[in-house]
Write a protein that binds this ligand. Sequence first.
Ligand code: SF4
Length: 328
Amino acid sequence: MPVKIGIPRALLYYYFYPLWKGFFEALGVEVVLSSKTTKAILDKGIKQSVDEACLPVKLFFGHVLDLKDRVDYVFIPRLVSVERKAYICPKFMGLPDMIRHNIVGLPTIIDVTVNMSRKEKNLYKSFVEAGRFFTCNPLAIRRAYHKGLEELERFNRLNQLGFLPNEAMDYMEKGPTVQNHSPRGDGGITIALIGHGYNIYDTYISMNVIEKLREMDVRVVTPDNLTGSIIEEMSDELPKRMFWTLGKRMIGSAFHFMRSDSIDGIIHVASFGCGPDSFTGEIIERRLRRRGTLPFLNLVIDEHSGEAGIITRLEAFVDMIRWRRAAQ
Ligand code: SF4
């Protein structure tokens, strides 16, 4: 029986799962993904985590609990930086410790440190460390690492073609039976949905905002549909360089979308209790107000958010865009 490694379907899963899966599978390890978020998973996560944690971190706890008794290892990398000269939220750095100290009876946690702030090559070192849990063969680890990178590139290309991450992953698993839901140039309303992947693509905590917009005949685009160079270039418009990778993604993409003729409105999704989200939302809103061009909606989600309230706000926002269009 192959060794099993669990990957929680939360946080940076939405950005890096194809890399992690490609790597571990190439080493002959069976990858087990936690179930899709449900109320039970979220409730367990809330119960087990510290009160001060933001919603996505609480949810991560729930996903680890979902995997706990089904795997030999859990992969919880200690993420410090995922690109040169930039960092991600410090909560990611402390994640393996938070999990270890709050959940008993866990399988072995693989908590290799990923810190690419000085050298991108450091990513390889982290994978060597992770690979050593399963093989002593450096060549096998190198091959597996390249396989992971290939998968990640394929995933990013699909996103740039208009697939959203969940759809791109389905496409990679099941082939071209999955419909690309974000066709270009359909002439309808297009809304840019700006938020962390772990908020906007988790259908439970986002209350399936993407599907709700699509049901209103709205085409949805997100930061993941843009290339890194567009995001980088647009975020350079800030007077000071932004050194938070995820905040930069949101601001750079919002600046790009607010200049695009094909975007009719911007929705920013923030988590309650998230410091970085509170200022990225503010920066985007101020810039939009100054330009005075596009409608903007700020949605803050937490464990108590009610679906009816979200639907009402989305409907009002979409109606307002339609009236605006009709009046032009
Ligand atoms: S960026 Fe915000 S939502 Fe994400 S982990 Fe940090 S505090 Fe939580």
